[in-house]
Structures are given as C-alpha cells and as structure tokens.
Design a protein around this ligand. Structure first.
Ligand code: CU
Length: 182
C-alpha cells in the first residue's frame, strides 16, 4: 500500500512536469482602478496537457470576435462588453482590449477590473502581466498588453470587483474564448 501511494505520487509529479514542459509562462491575474494597477502574478494551475498547435478555428468553445461583443456575467448581475480588440480579431502576440462593465440598467461601472489569461489545454497563462487602466472619460478599461504568445485556444476571464479591490470575491465575471492562429 505504501509503495503504491509513493509510486502514485511520483507519477503525479512526473505528469505535472511533463504537462508544463511544452509551454512556458505563468498566469497573470491583475486588476486596476482609476489608472493605477495592482499586480499580482500567480502560478498557473496544474493539469492540462500539451496538445500541439493544430488549428482551433472549429473548436466549439471559441467565440467569434465582433466589435462591442457582450457577455452576461456568470452570476447574472453585470454585462461585460469587449468594446474592441486591437488588432481585431485578437491575434498572436500583443493585443489591446477596451472593456466596459455595465450594470443591469446598462450604466457603465467604475471600479476594479481584473483579467486572467490562460490556455486551458496547456495549463499555463501568459508571460507578460497586462496593465488595466480605467479611462474616466469613456468609462472603458484599457487592458494592455493582452499577450497571447502561442497559437491555440485562449481563455480570457474578466473579473469585476467594484471598489473593494481584488482581495474580495468578484461581484461578477465573464469569460471569452478566442482561437489564436499561428
Ligand atoms: Cu500553450
């Protein structure tokens, strides 16, 4: 029994190492309020496997980018609008997103917005921490760089924390998936 458990542990370690061998970089979860940014990199979660770089254009998870695309928050409280991506659609390398967060009346909200970038099939994030800044004039959050350095499916999670900062739980969050081509 002991031997079995020890062996399982060793295999798990090996598996985790193998899963991360194909990719580099770490997940970056950041937030910013009113033009300042609070940086809080964290390591990417375990799991995932390296699946190569085959095209993801037909992957059923991915969204088709359109300007001003909107997504209801998972809690049904807020709406997240990806006003624009530069370049459009999002492409391999550096992107700049403009995001507006709206309440149920469609009024834009100011507060703290966080972004988390991950390649779910590879179990890693990005290697450059995005900076989030709120433009008080347009009520849009500018997020740059959204560094999608590798072809494949990228998960873009937006977390809105209001004025309470990223130490609190997000009030609502929405997730987009984009296929980045090589
Ligand atoms: Cu990857």
């Amino acid at each position: 029994m002991r031997f079995t458990l020890a062996l399982f542990g060793a295999l798990s370690l090996f598996g985790a190492a193998a899963a991360s061998a194909g990719c580099s970089g770490k997940s970056a979860r950041v937030g910013a309020s009113g033009g300042t940014s609070a940086l809080g990199p964290e390591l990417a979660g375990e799991g995932g496997s390296f699946v190569g770089t085959e095209s993801c254009t037909n992957d059923t998870r991915v969204d088709t980018y359109t300007a001003a695309m909107e997504r209801a928050g998972s809690k049904g409280i807020l709406t997240f609008q990806l006003v624009s991506s530069e370049p459009a659609p999002p492409a391999k390398g550096n992107n700049t997103f403009q995001v507006v967060v709206k309440d149920s009346d469609g009024m834009p909200l100011g507060g703290t917005l966080g972004i988390d970038l991950e390649m779910p099939d590879h179990g890693h994030g990005t290697s450059v921490t995005p900076v989030v800044s709120l433009d008080a004039g347009s009520d849009a959050y500018k997020i740059t760089p959204v560094y999608l350095f590798m072809p494949g499916v990228w998960r873009v999670e937006l977390d809105f924390y209001g004025d309470s900062g990223t130490d609190a739980k997000p009030i609502d969050q929405a997730t987009f998936y984009f296929c980045i081509e090589g």
